[in-house]
Write a protein that binds this ligand. Structure first.
Ligand code: F6P
Ligand code: MG
Length: 471
C-alpha cells in the first residue's frame, strides 16, 4: 500500500534530499566514527577495544561508500526481523546508489546500516552512538528547560483554580499553548545541527520566540484535536488514552512530557502511551535509555547542570550554579512524571515498525500495532520524519488535503491523527492555494529555483488533524 505520487529522490537537485545525502550524511557518519573512537580509546578491556575498532573501520567504509556514490549493499543479518523487509525493498528498488535513491528509504537505510555494525559486535550491541550528543544538547538547552519548568508548575497550580475550572476559553487556550510548546520543541533536532550553533538553539526555545512563531504555523488544526479529547471527557469514558509517537530526545522529549503531564493533570487523558525508537535513529530520536537519562537529570538537577562536561573541563569552564528555586522546580517535574510513570498513567511502548524504511501508508497492515492505536482517542505524531512517513515523503501538490495525503490512515482508518511538525523537508500538504508561492517568494524561500527552500529550516510549521474514527 504505497502512494502512487512520486517520492523525493536523492538525485533531485531541487530537493533537500540532494544536500542531505551529499553534505549532511557524511558529517553525521563522521560524528558517529568520532564518538565510537572516543569510547574505544577510553576502554580498558583489550578485547572490547578490538571489537570497537572493527566498528570504527566499518563506519569509515560506510562513509566511503556513501561519498563515492556506491550501490547500497544488503543489510547483514543480525537476527532482527526487519533485515528481510529492508533487503527485499532494496532489491525492488533495483539496488540504487546513494545519490540516486528514494530519500526516505535511503535515509532510514543509513541508520539501519550504522546500527548493524553495533548489533553484530560482541561488546557494543547496545551502544548508542548518538547518546553523548543527545544529552549534551539537552544540557545546553538549560535556559528554556528552566523557564518551562517554572511555567509548568504555574499551570498545574492554575488548573486547580476556579477560573480555569469553569472557563472553557481558558481551558482551550491552555491546551493550545501546551501543544504549541510541544510543536516548537521539534524545531531543534540534532540531525540539522550540523549547521546550527548552540546559541541558535537557545534563541529558538524561549517563550518570546514561541509567541512570535505563532504566525509561522501555516496549518493549525489544534481546535479539532481539542474537540475530540473534550468529547471523550464529557462522555465520561473511563479510559481516555492519548498516544505520542515520539521524535527527538532531550529538549523535545522534555516538552513532550510537559504535554503528557498536562493532559493527565487536566483530565483530558487518563493514559499517555509514548512510542520510542528501537535503534539509534536520525541522530536524536528517543530510545528507552534517553527517557531514563532525562528523568535521571531531573532527579538530581544540581549534579546534572553543575558537573562540568568533558568539553567544559578541557576549556577550564565551570557551569553557573542552579538557584534553589530552579532546582526545586525541576525536582517538581521529576516527581510529577516519575509518579505518573510509576502509576502506569505514562508508559513507553517500543515497536520495531517505527524504524522500518517504509511510510506509514503501510501501518494498517501491521495488525497488532494498528489495533492498539485504534484504542487511543488521539495519536500525536511528532516531528518532520513522522510527517514525511505519514505522507509517503511524496511530491504532493501542497494544496492536497492532509486526509488524502495520509492515504489509508485517513478517514475510516479508526485512528485520529494529529501531526505536530516543524518543516525540515520538501513535502508539505494542506496549504491554502498560492501559500507555497508566497513563501517561496520570501527571502531564502527558494524563489524560482524550483526548490521549496522555505520548508527546510524548521522556521515554519504545520499542525494537521485527521479524524480517522469518522466515516
Ligand atoms: O530535513 C532534515 C532532516 O534530518 C530529515 O532528514 C529528517 O526528516 C528530519 O530532519 C529529522 O527531523 P525530525 O527530528 O523533526 O524528524
Ligand atoms: Mg528526529
Amino acid at each position: 500500500h504505497d502512494t502512487k505520487t512520486a517520492p523525493y529522490l536523492t538525485s533531485d537537485k531541487t530537493s533537500f534530499a540532494y544536500i542531505s545525502a551529499r553534505d549532511r550524511w557524511p558529517v553525521i557518519v563522521t560524528g558517529a566514527i568520532d564518538d565510537t573512537y572516543r569510547s574505544v580509546t577510553q576502554c580498558d578491556d583489550a578485547e572490547k577495544r578490538d571489537d570497537g575498532k572493527k566498528i570504527v573501520e566499518e563506519l569509515a567504509r560506510l562513509k566511503y561508500e556513501l561519498q563515492h556514490d556506491r550501490q547500497l549493499t544488503p543489510i547483514r543479518d543480525d537476527g532482527l526481523p526487519d533485515v528481510a523487509p529492508y533487503n527485499d525493498e532494496l532489491e525492488k528498488l533495483g539496488t540504487p546508489t546513494w545519490f540516486a535513491a528514494p530519500w526516505l528509504y535511503c535515509e532510514c537505510y543509513l541508520y539501519r546500516r550504522i546500527s548493524t555494525s553495533f548489533s553484530l559486535s560482541t561488546h557494543w550491541k547496545n551502544y548508542d552512538v548518538f547518546a553523548r550528543q543527545k544529552i549534551n544538547t539537552f544540557r545546553s538547552s538549560r535556559p528554556a528547560v528552566i523557564e518551562l519548568a517554572a511555567r509548568y508548575k504555574d499551570l498545574v497550580t492554575q488548573m486547580e483554580t476556579d477560573k480555569v475550572k469553569t472557563d472553557e476559553e481558558a481551558r482551550k487556550l491552555l491546551f493550545t499553548e501546551m501543544c504549541e510548546i510541544c510543536l516548537w520543541g521539534n524545531a531543534t533536532d540534532l540531525s540539522l545541527l550540523t549547521s546550527l550553533t548552540y546559541e541558535d538553539i537557545q534563541k529558538l526555545q524561549g517563550s518570546e520566540a514561541r509567541k512570535a512563531s505563532e504566525k509561522n504555523i501555516l496549518v493549525n488544526d489544534l481546535g479539532a484535536a481539542y474537540e475530540v479529547l473534550k468529547k471523550a471527557q464529557s462522555e465520561g469514558k473511563t479510559e481516555r488514552r492519548v498516544d505520542i509517537v515520539l521524535d527527538n530526545a532531550g529538549f523535545e522529549l522534555y516538552v513532550d512530557l510537559i504535554l503528557a503531564g498536562y493532559l493527565l493533570s487536566s483530565g483530558l487523558a487518563t493514559l499517555v502511551v509514548l512510542h520510542p525508537k528501537s535503534i539509534p535513529w536520525f541522530v536524536s530520536d528517543v530510545l528507552l535509555g534517553d527517557f531514563a537519562a532525562l528523568l535521571g537529570a531531573l532527579a538530581s538537577p544540581k549534579r546534572f547542570y553543575e558537573t562540568p562536561s568533558d568539553d567544559e573541563k578541557l576549556q577550564d569552564k565551570t557551569p553557573p550554579p542552579l538557584s534553589d528555586k530552579e532546582a526545586s522546580e525541576l525536582s517538581f517535574l521529576f516527581q510529577e512524571w516519575a509518579s505518573m510513570h510509576g502509576e502506569g498513567q505514562l508508559i513507553l511502548r517500543p515497536n520495531r515498525f517505527w524504524t522500518h524504511a517504509g511510510s506509514f501508508w503501510r501501518l494498517p497492515a501491521e495488525k497488532d500495532l494498528i489495533d492498539d492505536l485504534k484504542s487511543s482517542e488521539l495519536v500525536v505524531f511528532k516531528g518532520d520524519l513522522n510527517y514525511r512517513k505519514l505522507t509517503g515523503d511524496a511530491a504532493w501538490d501542497p494544496t492536497t488535503p492532509f486526509t488524502e495525503a495520509i492515504g489509508p490512515l485517513g478517514p475510516g482508518s479508526g485512528v485520529n491523527i494529529l501531526a505536530l511538525r516543524t518543516c525540515k523537508a520538501d513535502v508539505v500538504v494542506g496549504l491554502q492555494p498560492s501559500e507555497d508561492e508566497r513563501l517561496r517568494a520570501m527571502e531564502g524561500g527558494g524563489a524560482d529555483s524550483g526548490a521549496r527552500k522555505w520548508a527546510w529550516s524548521g522556521k515554519w510549521a504545520v499542525v494537521s488533524f485527521s479524524g480517522g474514527k469518522e466515516v
